[in-house]
Design a protein around this ligand. Structure first.
Ligand SMILES: Cc1cc2nc3c(=O)[nH]c(=O)nc-3n(C[C@H](O)[C@H](O)[C@H](O)COP(=O)(O)OP(=O)(O)OC[C@H]3O[C@@H](n4cnc5c(N)ncnc54)[C@H](O)[C@@H]3O)c2cc1C
Length: 390
């Protein structure tokens, strides 16, 4: 079986397939080990899968030093504060903020020596012959596999080759986000701070590496499409011209070259997640956007569910259908919730901003934990562990 993409979903799938006696091969477009990146709130289903993989010991020492989320004004004064304890009450379980790359690194270690991973290559063409999948690689060569799983993220090449063009399935939400590391010139504390102006937001939090913070900038961008790496810093300076709080300093510290992560905020919606001998997992079929804070969880839970189905069902058609029936309603529910959050994220005027400020003050009160929990839908979707599955 070939897995396209050694990200969160692909590596988790490779691990559980190996545990179930399969011999997956993974092809990853990036060269070995990705750098930098952004932080993720890790909890719920993803946390439970990581526990079953026995990798929590590897992750917890890298917990980002964030004790609270704060909403700040232009002078940096906090107007509302969500402490970590309240967040854990909302999600009813442990919350582990991590760099995305830390999680990927732990997953890579978990399959090290067990699974063949071909870095710096990718799937160039796919032909499902009915009895097998013939794959042509960008680096040259053709091979036959019994199955192909596309775990290649929101801009999945597997999806494009097998299901159709990205424009049919990827629905942009009119917001672009950028993330990059900056030097800590501020003696920054254990906080993730959000500063919002009409149509744009600046976020700052510790990276876990002493002396380095992560800047996250979000802005309205109705027109979609990718931005070439060399134009990203310039675009940010243009869109955040005149912005308050620490924004000018964070823009001045934006790295040149290719170190700025930038993408559109979008959801992926597809009528079906599998066709013939090919299936999709993670963001490739069910991206919910970063505001759901559950992309990693659903990617890991989906990978776990697919490996379980492939091991227990008599054929791949039944396995793919069982996996999709299990995961699709969970993903869809989170997509609906995320859409509500995404719409409120960047108010277009001062009045909307005032409403957002009020909402922030209300939802960060203890009494609202059950409301947030219902809205968030953060519970684990994992079936109870069986002795065979673990
Ligand atoms: C700024 C930001 C903040 C976020 N915050 C959170 C959060 O707090 N909590 C949370 O749970 N989620 C969060 N997410 C979402 C989360 O990161 C994703 O949902 C998750 O990484 C999806 O995992 P994946 O494996 O499907 O895709 P990815 O992690 O994107 O992995 C895809 C992999 O496929 C590789 N690839 C791509 N194309 C090809 C190709 N053609 N051939 C071979 N390989 C290819 C890529 O290099 C990559 O390694 C956030 C996302 C962003 C952008």
């Amino acid at each position: 079986m070939l897995i396209s993409g050694a990200g969160i979903a692909g590596l988790t799938l490779a691990y559980w397939l190996r545990r179930r006696g399969f011999e997956p091969v993974v092809v990853e477009r990036a060269p070995h080990g990705r750098l930098g990146g952004y932080g993720v709130d890790f909890f719920g289903s993803g946390y439970d899968v990581a526990a079953r993989m026995g990798i929590l010991d590897r992750l917890t020492p890298h917990r980002l030093p964030v004790d609270a989320v704060e909403f700040v004004d232009a002078s940096g004064r906090s107007s509302a504060r969500l402490p970590a304890e309240l967040l854990e009450r909302v999600i009813r379980g442990p919350h582990l903020p991590l760099m995305h790359t830390t999680l990927e690194g732990a997953l890579l270690d978990a399959v090290d020596g067990e699974v063949e991973i071909r870095f710096a290559d990718s799937v160039a063409d796919v032909r499902d012959t009915g009895g097998a999948v013939e794959v042509a690689f960008a680096g040259g060569g053709r091979e036959r596999f019994d199955l192909l799983v596309g775990a290649d993220g929101i801009h999945s090449r597997t999806r494009e080759l097998v299901f159709g063009p990205e424009s049919r399935f990827v629905h942009p939400l009119g917001t672009r986000l950028a993330s990059y590391p900056v030097p800590d010139r501020y003696g920054w504390g254990r906080v993730r701070a959000h500063y919002t102006e009409p149509g744009r937001q600046t976020v700052l939090y510790p990276s876990g590496e002493p002396g380095t913070l992560v800047a996250l900038l979000l802005f309205r961008a109705p027109r979609g499409g990718g931005v070439p790496r060399e134009q990203r810093a310039g675009l940010l300076r243009e869109r955040f011209a005149g912005a308050g709080w620490l924004t000018p300093a964070l823009l001045a510290d934006a790295p040149a070259g290719d170190s700025i992560f930038m993408d559109e905020m979008a959801q992926v919606m597809m009528p079906v997640w599998h066709r013939g001998r090919v299936a999709l997992i993670g963001d490739a079929c069910g991206c919910m956007t970063m505001v759901s804070a559950q992309g990693v969880s659903m990617a890991m839970a989906g990978a776990y569910a697919l490996a379980e189905a492939l091991a227990e069902e008599p054929g791949h058609e039944r396995a793919f259908a069982r996996y999709e029936a299990r995961m699709r309603p969970e993903v869809r529910r989170r997509q609906r919730n995320a859409l509500l959050f995404a719409r409120m994220l960047l108010p277009s005027g001062r009045a909307g901003l005032a409403v957002q400020g009020l909402a922030n003050r209300i939802i960060t009160r203890q009494a609202f934990a059950p409301v947030l929990r219902r809205q968030f839908g953060a519970g684990s979707v994992l079936p109870p562990a069986t002795t065979r599955g673990r």
